[in-house]
Write a protein that binds this ligand. Sequence first.
Ligand code: ATP
Ligand code: LTN
Length: 330
Amino acid sequence: MNIVLSGIKPTGIPTLGNYLGALKNFVRLQNSMTDYEFFVFVADLHAITTPQDPKTLKQNIKNVAALYLACGLNPERLVLFIQSEVNAHIKLGYAMQSICYMGELERMTQYKDKAAKQTQGITSALFTYPALMAADILLYDAKYVPVGDDQKQHLELTRDLAIRFNNRYGETFVIPEPLIPKKGARIMDLQDPSKKMDKSSDNEKGCIFLLEPINSIKKKIKSAVTDLETCVRYDKEKKPGISNLMTIYSTITELSFAEIEAKYVGKGYGDFKKDLAEIVACEVGKVQENFNRIINSQELESILNQGKERANLIANRKIDKIFKKIGLGR
Ligand code: ATP
Ligand code: LTN
């Protein structure tokens, strides 16, 4: 069976960016790609590449797992697991580091951005992170990897590493392809539309968290930065603020930019933002309702237990073959 796989880091409460760029897209794909098996995981090993408080991390891991289900992924068609519960990720991560060049890792923009923000205590794991990400994907022979725009470069590296390994040791890995949504792949910060909306950003006002109170979400939308013109028009370069809000509007309602523009002819940003606040509140409200039902349920525990078992079964078989090809062990 062909496999679609993706992961989310439990570095905080997932944002509207994670929802529109990743979670909502997974659900859409699950509904359309009915002959594929879906693997989604909580990338907790990736989370500790930057400092995390252990108690908060534990809660965030559970929250991300519950959010996958709350967004509408079907547990019957899903292998949902926690990365650190499948040891083979670490083994293959190490093997990937052993074929990956320093120069390749030095080019990664996510590393450069994070290292620039965090001037002290940059860990070696933050640097080698893309090798572990490649392992996450290659371990399951995933064909498609749905991600937001920021992960494109990591996927290219994953493909390069898979090809290099196959050439060196013989056909071993499926070469994966990213699935990047046409709209919503890069939701920007509401206060600074030149930056991507980031769950670990320090500017909370610009970020909508999926689990924050609905009233606070509405307020953030109403106080989002726009521009001095008042007409609702999409122009990413000249009007980044309103264009970002229109992207959110369009991704949720599936209306095109032209349809949104037509709807707001003669109206100002106030009317637009008021409507958008309701649209987002309704969408996130549904997710929160599901989340509250799932978060402390036995159902979540048993889905994660089954996921752990299935993921380990596949990953252990694969890592044994890989280590043999490399020549490791007896
Ligand atoms: P961090 O802030 O800790 O780096 P992150 O939210 O960027 O976290 P992940 O949690 O691993 O990183 O992201 C999960 C998925 O959400 C990825 O597919 C990523 O591409 C996507 N994503 C993240 N931010 C956005 C955004 N602003 N717009 C659209 N998609 C996003
Ligand atoms: N690196 C990704 C999260 C991630 C991932 C993966 C996504 C880790 N492993 C495997 C897809 C497939 C991020 O920072 N958003």
